[in-house]
Design a protein around this ligand. Structure first.
Ligand SMILES: [Zn+2]
Length: 683
């Protein structure tokens, strides 16, 4: 069964954000952040049932609207006054591990080349057209899928091109993502794509919690009865959405309300104008939802709370949320004199001076109404350029990603401020992996540069044209070719092998013993590790942290996506005492063994940060033990780097010796990256 939307308890912000998008898809989608077990997915999946149904061209696999069929529809052309049928609005789920073909659809290159037939199988983008595209664990979505999704969302169209054969179709959808921030943050570009964000948590109130449990029990015991019991509520909710949609074109965003929107956006220091536009649209949608034709201060307040928190954030270590005091102050400052009635009873016609066309969003030209679940903001190509500080995602060169490190993402505003910010150099795993897309080590991938070809094992997804022609050439005479043009057979086709970059598991083993030196030295080491963590975040790595001091080693942070969590552990890290290096390495060895089972394709990179001085109880060969533990890691084929933190005038070179036993490179702390003296000046 699909849990009824009206039966969802709590999560008021989330329900409101979804409903505002249902009223006005131009708001631009919802990102829901929250820990596991908050039933956020259940609530999202429930949304489709209360959305108005859509009119479609019967038989069109691309969901064309009979009133305005897509002229480029692969199933078209459809006649202007053709037949029409109605179907419920759809919610399509994009699994994080989906292939590119699954998302955008697949073009049969074999048929195109051997039969000259353009044969296209629609993907999820086509299925989601005029509906909802839902991505659970959206923060774990592969980079190249994110790029395809962003392109489609920005253009409202999907383009598929393979070897010069291309197909396109309309793809306007309401994008909804859910994520658990503990498993890693979202790339800034993707974050900015979502119109609204909400944080959800399990309700604290005992009575509410009891109600959640009660309803869950009732739903499980009698699904049909439960659904029937909520049918009236669902119907009235659907009717309210439909009524709000009908009211939307008449809602007016007056000068006063617009002034408050821009004042609030300015107060929170958001980049570009995208935030202002989204806030204005959300405020208009909220007015319609409340049955009003005039945007009030309350609409602006609600809109700002939903539209601004993620736009204000600058780096992965910042805390979420919106400062209420700043919000109220900004609303207050922009509030007109009480003599100027902000909500005139007639409530109309104060939109004659729109500064940037925002007010025109409240007119039917918005397009939100004609189109079932409506139009995604097509003008966002321009919107995006304003507030998008991040480099384009890398299928390719990691160097570029490092060079383009946005100044805004530098850790100067971090909760844990390192003494100095490094621009970390890229440490990588040698050889060629086959891991999921990322930006660290070389890997066979779905994207990247062509490095060779193979005979295809399944469908050809990337044709290697030269090798295909070479394979076909010797057979031309026997195939009876006389004139120009090659005669191709399926057996000639060659699949291109591509090399891009993968993300890795970067496991830090951090020496927290007393030998690491003074307070300032420890701060420098923490700063370097924090820079490496920032780097890992940008390269889509998983990170983990093992520390050792005193008598033992500790897995301070099991492998996770959350650089935030790693930074927090680092800040609280106690230091001092002896250096049980062997224990640290053995703990790392065990952690990696478990991870190899869990996530076999993700290759690990061990980063050991130490001065190499192993110490402990008397009468034991601590250095020898450390070297034996290192040998164990090397024997398991673990790629490693030692960061030598030795300080002082007399150098023992112990870290270097440890590096040799690990079979990896040793770098001095200073060699990790160029010191960026003043990050702010670089911006
Ligand atoms: Zn069509």
């Amino acid at each position: 069964m699909v849990y009824p939307f009206s039966a969802v308890v709590g999560m008021d912000d989330m329900r409101l954000a979804l409903l505002l998008n249902a009223v006005s898809p131009a708001v631009g989608g919802v990102l829901v952040r929250g820990e596991k077990g908050t039933a956020k997915s259940t609530a999202v999946r429930a949304l489709a049932a209360v959305l108005p149904p859509v009119d479609v061209v019967p038989g069109c696999r691309f969901g064309c609207d009979p009133a305005a069929p897509d002229p480029a529809c692969p199933d078209g052309p459809h006649p202007a006054d053709g037949p029409s049928s109605q179907r419920p609005a759809r919610l399509v789920e994009l699994p994080v591990g989906a292939s590119e073909d699954r998302l955008v659809g697949s073009l049969d290159i074999e048929r195109a080349l051997t039969e000259g037939v353009k044969s296209f199988e629609p993907g999820l983008l086509a299925a989601a057209h005029r509906g909802v595209l839902y991505v659970d664990e959206v923060n774990l979505l592969h980079d190249h899928l994110v790029d395809l999704l962003l392109d489609a969302a920005a253009l409202g169209r999907a383009y598929v091109e393979r070897e010069g054969v291309s197909v396109q179709h309309a793809a306007r959808f309401l994008l909804v993502g859910t994520m658990n921030p503990e498993e890693g943050e979202l790339r800034p570009q993707l974050l900015d794509r979502f119109g609204l964000t909400v944080e959800v948590a399990a309700p604290r109130d005992a009575a509410l919690r009891a109600e959640v449990v009660r309803r869950r029990f009732a739903a499980d015991a009698d699904p049909a009865g439960f659904e029937a019991g909520w049918a009236d509520e669902e119907r009235s909710l659907a009717a309210r959405i439909a009524a709000a949609r009908a009211l939307l074109p008449r809602v007016v965003l007056g000068d006063a309300a617009l002034g408050q929107v821009t004042a609030v956006c300015a107060a929170f220091g958001v980049d570009g104008l995208r935030a202002d536009i989204v806030t204005a649209r959300a405020a208009i949608a909220h007015a319609a939802w409340s049955g009003r034709e005039q945007v009030t201060e309350d609409d602006v307040r609600v809109a700002a709370r939903l539209a601004l928190p993620h736009r204000r954030r600058r780096n992965p270590f910042d805390a979420p949320g919106l400062d209420e005091e700043t919000l109220e102050q900004a609303l207050d400052d922009a509030r007109p004199d009480p003599d100027d009635d902000p909500t005139p009873p007639e409530g109309r016609g104060r939109d004659d001076d729109p500064t940037d066309g925002t007010a025109s969003d409240s007119t039917p030209s918005d397009g939100a109404l004609r189109d079932g679940t409506g139009s995604f903001p097509d003008r966002s190509g321009a919107d995006r350029s304003g507030g998008d500080p991040s480099p384009p995602s890398g299928e390719g060169e990691g160097e570029q990603a490092a060079d383009d490190q946005p100044a805004g993402a530098a850790p100067e505003r971090a909760a844990v401020a390192p003494d100095a910010a490094f621009r970390a150099r890229r440490l990588e795993v040698p050889g060629i992996g086959a891991g999921v897309a990322g930006r660290r080590s070389r890997a066979r991938s779905e994207r990247g540069r062509v490095v060779g070809s193979t005979r295809p094992t399944g469908t050809v997804t990337r044709l290697h044209l030269v090798d295909t022609v070479v394979a076909a050439a010797p057979h031309q005479r026997e195939r009876g070719r006389t004139g120009p043009g090659l005669r191709l057979a399926r057996t000639d086709l060659r699949q291109a092998e591509l090399e891009g970059r993968e993300g890795n598991l970067v496991l830090f083993v951090l020496d927290a013993s007393g030998s690491m030196g003074s307070r300032t030295r420890v701060a420098a080491v923490k700063g370097a590790v924090l820079s490496l963590l920032t780097d890992a975040y940008q390269r889509r790595d998983k990170v983990g942290l093992v520390t050792f001091r005193g008598a033992d080693a500790e897995l301070a942070l099991p492998p996770t996506w959350s650089v935030e969590a790693a930074a927090a552990r680092l800040a609280d890290l106690p230091t001092g005492g002896r250096s049980p290096i062997a224990a640290g390495l053995l703990r790392a060895h065990e952690t990696l063994r478990v991870e190899r089972v869990r996530d076999p394709r993700r290759r690990p990179l061990l980063v050991v940060v130490t001065d190499g001085r192993a110490t402990g109880e008397r009468g034991t060969d601590h250095l020898g033990q450390a070297h034996r533990a290192a040998g164990l890691l090397q024997a398991a084929g673990t790629a490693s780097v030692v960061v030598d933190c030795e300080s002082g005038f007399v150098k023992l070179g112990l870290a270097h010796t440890l590096g040799m036993h690990l079979g990896g490179q040793t770098l001095r702390l200073e060699e990790l990256g160029e010191l960026v003296q003043n990050v702010k000046a670089a911006a």
